[in-house]
Design a protein around this ligand. Structure first.
Ligand code: NAD
Ligand code: ZN
Ligand code: ZN
Length: 343
């Protein structure tokens, strides 16, 4: 395949909720890297946080967001690779890690200090081509529809790992708070893992989707107190609570939803803070944890659920030129499931 020297990409030129679609130079694959021609890329709320510069550790504009990219390897950099030209691979938030530190050596590579993040510290998948590190790029299951499988690469693996971190057992309750790109997949993974799912959001359309994909009880947090509703339905609180919501209020509510000795896992990353009641947390023996994406092994497992048909992203395809419009609708919580760029 002949490779051009420039490509179209959506670039964050300065912090704000906008990208500029323009021609930029094609990157050259270095050692352990491959050049990938994209077929699709999901649009994660993290890409919007990145464009806004929402977090304490910021990316450096100009940069290309996107970490749910799926495409074909068209060129390999120098050295040995576990993949070949023609393979279909993805990029991911965990773009690479050092492989040698305490965290890498003990199966916790997502917490490596040297990690690079797709679409954040290295350019991502909102463009016609991207680079991947072939030691970290997930292989996409054969025959997968690129637009449909893309959200598994961040949303899917993140919630699958976070559900493990809740330590919820089969037949126990788990609350999924926030039923967006991550949450609608969390409902499905939780069901596939044998959990009883309660979904909480602030929009009825999101809760309808949650019900269609397997939630047995839903609560609109705009209409009633979600903690009281969960406590009543579960007769004492949910064993696990997974927060993907993009509002700090949902984080405070989680502590009131959880059962004694239960576990709350934070995944959503809205800027802001909330307070933790010391007395109740101690007396009820609550565990509070954060969780960031997943390891390469979590990714392989998360893709396996998709390949077996146990989890199916609810996706709508869009064009690269529509990213600003998608960001605007995302800010208003108007997106159902995930938007996925089709190249
Ligand atoms: P999204 O915009 O698709 O979904 C967010 C959902 O939260 C929407 O359905 C919205 O209606 C809901 N919501 C907003 N306020 C709420 C409230 N007060 N209570 C309940 N629900 C509420 O976003 P997404 O792509 O699913 O990402 C969600 C969050 O997770 C973002 O902050 C993103 O950066 C973060 N994220 C974290 C990781 C990680 O590794 N920890 C990975 C990916 C994304
Ligand atoms: Zn993401
Ligand atoms: Zn490391």
């Amino acid at each position: 395949m002949s490779v051009p020297t420039t490509m179209r990409a959506a670039v964050v030129e300065e912090f704000g909720p906008r990208v500029t679609v323009k021609e930029i130079d094609l990157p050259q694959p270095g050692p352990f890297q491959a050049l990938v021609k994209l077929k699709a890329s999901g649009i994660c709320h993290t890409d919007l946080h990145a464009a806004h510069g929402d977090w304490p550790v910021k990316p450096a504009p100009p940069f290309v967001p996107g970490h749910e990219g799926v495409g074909e390897i068209v060129e390999l950099g120098p050295g040995e690779h576990p993949v070949k030209v023609g393979d279909i691979v993805g990029n991911a938030w965990l773009w690479s890690a050092c492989g040698a530190c305490e965290f890498c050596r003990t199966g916790r590579e997502t917490y490596c200090d040297e990690a690079e993040y797709g679409g954040y510290t290295v350019n991502g998948s909102f463009g016609e081509y991207m680079l991947v590190d072939t030691r970290y790029a997930p292989l996409i299951p054969e025959g997968a529809d690129p637009v449909e499988v893309a959200p598994i690469l961040c949303a899917g693996v993140t919630v699958y790992k976070a559900l493990k971190v809740t330590e919820t057992k089969p037949s126990q309750f788990v609350v999924i708070s926030g039923v967006g790109g991550l949450g609608h997949l969390a409902v499905q993974y939780a069901r596939a893992m044998g959990m009883r799912v309660i979904a909480v959001d602030i929009a009825d359309e999101k809760l309808d989707l949650a019900q269609r994909v397997g939630a047995e009880y839903t609560v609109n947090a705009r209409e009633k107190d979600p903690a009281a509703a969960v406590q009543e339905y579960t007769e004492g609180g949910s064993h696990g609570v997974l927060i993907t919501a993009v509002h700090p209020q949902a984080f405070g509510q989680a502590l009131e939803m959880v059962r004694k000795n239960g576990t709350v896992v934070f995944v959503g990353l809205p800027p802001g803070e909330f307070s933790v009641p010391i007395f109740e947390s101690v007396l009820r023996g609550v565990t509070l944890r954060g969780s960031m994406v997943g390891t390469r092994q979590d990714m392989a497992e998360a893709l396996g659920f998709y390949a077996r048909g146990e989890v199916t992203p609810h996706v709508t395809a869009c064009g690269l030129d529509e990213v600003n419009d998608v960001f605007a609708r995302m800010e208003e919580n108007k997106i159902e499931g995930r938007m996925s760029i089709k190249y």
